[in-house]
Design a protein around this ligand. Structure first.
Ligand SMILES: NC(=O)C1=CN([C@@H]2O[C@H](COP(=O)(O)OP(=O)(O)OC[C@H]3O[C@@H](n4cnc5c(N)ncnc54)[C@H](OP(=O)(O)O)[C@@H]3O)[C@@H](O)[C@H]2O)C=CC1
Ligand SMILES: CC[C@](O)(C(C)=O)C(=O)O
Ligand SMILES: [Mg+2]
Ligand SMILES: [Mg+2]
Length: 340
C-alpha cells in the first residue's frame, strides 16, 4: 500500500527563507505560483516577454527572464511545456545551478527519458499534481485540493523529501493526499492515463458516440448533450463516490445498460490496445516519436489539431455553451492555440 501524506503530516517550514521561482506561467505554473504565494511562500516567476509575462505581473508577481529568476531562486519549478524544457534548461537554468539549489518537475518526462541531466550536487525532485492546472488553482481557492505525487531523483544534502512535501502542501495537495513515487512510475502512469483513459480514450469515446447518433439522423444538439455535456455530470458522481455512487444515482435501466453494453465497447481488443500503448511508453517509443515530432515543428500535431477543431462537435458545443454562461470559461487561449 502507498503511504499517503496529508497536511497534518507535513512541516512546511522547509520552505521558509527560500525563494521559489516558478519558470513558466501556464496551466500548472500560474496555479503553483498563486497557491504558494497565498500560502505564504516567497515566489518569483521566470519567463520570456509575452502574454504570460503580462498576466503574471497583473497577478502581482515580480517577473524576470528565466536566467535571472534561476540566479535569484533557491528552488526552481520547471512549469514549462515538456518539449521546451531541455533547451531552456541547458541555456538559461543550468548556468545558475549552484550546489544546494533545487530543480523541481511537475512531470518526469525529461528526467526519465534523459533529456535533462542535472549536476549531482543539486536536489532534483518532482511534485506532480494529478489534475489540470486550472483545477489545481480552482480547488485551492475553494478550500479543497488536487492530489499529487512526489518523487526524489537526487538528494545530495538529505533535504529533498521535506522540501518536496512542503512544496506539495503549499500548492494545496496535502488537503487531498500526496503519494511517494519514482520518476519512472509517475512518467509511465501519467502518459498512460492521459493517452488511454483521461484524454485519448475519452475524446475518442465522446466523438464516436456523437458521430453514431448524428449519422443515425438524431439532432446534433441532442447528441452533444448526451455524449459530452452529461459526461461531466456522470464523472462528477464517480469523483464524489466512485462507480458505486454513480450507479446508485442513475436509473436501474441505465445500470443494466452499463453492465451489458460497457464490455461491448471496451473489449479484449481495446485492452490489448491499451497494453500496446503502455509498451510504447515503457520502451521510450512514444517519447522518441514526440521528440522527433517537435524537432520537425509538429507537422502531424498541427494537422490533427486543425482537423479536430473542424469537427461538428466543436461548432455545436460552442453554440450550446453560449446559452450556458455558468459553464463557459475564458476561451481566448483555447482558440489561439487551435490556430497554431
Ligand atoms: N497542464 C497540466 O495540467 C499538467 C501539466 N503537468 C506538467 O507541468 C509542466 C508544465 O505544463 P503546462 O502547465 O501544461 O505548460 P503550459 O503549456 O501551460 O505552459 C506554458 C508556459 O511556459 C511558457 N514558455 C513556453 N516557452 C517558453 C520559453 N521558451 N521561455 C520562457 N517561457 C516559456 C509560456 O509562456 P508564453 O506565454 O510566453 O508562451 C507559458 O507561461 C509539464 O512538465 C507538464 O507535463 C503536470 C500535470 C498536469
Ligand atoms: C491528463 C493530462 C495531464 O497528465 C494532466 C492534466 O494531469 C497533462 O499532462 O496535462
Ligand atoms: Mg497528469
Ligand atoms: Mg501529463
Amino acid at each position: 500500500m502507498a503511504t499517503v501524506y496529508y497536511n497534518t503530516d507535513i512541516n512546511e517550514s522547509a520552505l521558509e527563507g527560500k525563494t521559489v521561482a516558478v519558470i513558466g506561467y501556464g496551466s500548472q505554473g500560474h496555479a503553483h505560483a498563486l497557491n504558494m504565494k497565498e500560502s505564504g511562500v516567497d515566489v518569483i516567476i521566470g519567463l520570456r516577454r509575452g502574454r504570460s509575462w503580462e498576466k503574471a505581473e497583473e497577478d502581482g508577481f515580480h517577473v524576470y527572464e528565466v536566467s535571472e529568476a534561476a540566479e535569484k531562486a533557491d528552488i526552481m519549478m520547471l512549469a514549462l511545456p515538456d518539449e521546451a524544457q531541455p533547451s531552456i534548461y541547458e541555456n538559461q537554468i543550468k548556468p545558475a545551478l549552484t550546489s544546494g539549489k533545487s530543480l523541481v518537475f511537475a512531470h518526469g518526462f525529461n528526467i526519465h527519458f534523459s533529456q535533462i541531466q542535472p549536476p549531482e550536487d543539486i536536489n532534483v525532485f518532482m511534485v506532480a499534481p494529478k489534475g489540470p492546472g486550472h483545477i489545481v488553482r480552482r480547488t485551492y481557492e475553494s478550500g479543497a485540493g488536487v492530489p499529487a505525487l512526489y518523487a526524489i531523483y537526487q538528494d545530495p544534502h538529505g533535504e529533498a523529501k521535506e522540501l518536496a512535501l512542503a512544496y506539495a502542501k503549499q500548492i494545496g495537495a496535502g488537503r487531498a493526499g500526496i503519494i511517494e513515487t519514482t520518476f519512472q512510475e509517475e512518467t509511465e502512469t501519467d502518459l498512460f492515463g492521459e493517452q488511454a483513459v483521461l484524454c485519448g480514450g475519452t475524446s475518442a469515446l465522446v466523438k464516436a458516440g456523437f458521430e453514431t447518433l448524428v449519422e443515425a439522423g438524431y439532432q446534433p444538439e441532442v447528441a452533444y448533450f448526451e455524449c459530452l455535456h452529461e459526461l461531466k455530470l456522470i464523472v462528477d458522481l464517480m469523483y464524489e463516490g466512485g462507480l458505486e455512487y454513480m450507479r446508485y444515482s442513475i436509473s436501474d435501466t441505465a445500470q443494466w445498460g452499463d453492465f451489458v453494453a460497457g464490455p461491448r465497447i471496451v473489449t479484449d481488443e481495446t485492452k490489448a490496445a491499451m497494453k500496446e500503448i503502455l509498451t510504447d511508453i515503457q520502451t521510450g517509443k512514444f517519447a522518441h516519436g514526440w521528440i522527433v515530432e517537435n524537432q520537425a515543428n509538429r507537422p502531424q500535431f498541427n494537422a490533427i489539431n486543425k482537423r479536430e477543431h473542424e469537427h461538428q462537435l466543436t461548432e455545436v458545443g460552442q453554440k450550446l455553451r453560449e446559452m450556458m454562461p455558468f459553464v463557459k470559461h475564458d476561451q481566448k487561449g483555447v482558440i489561439s492555440r487551435a490556430g497554431n
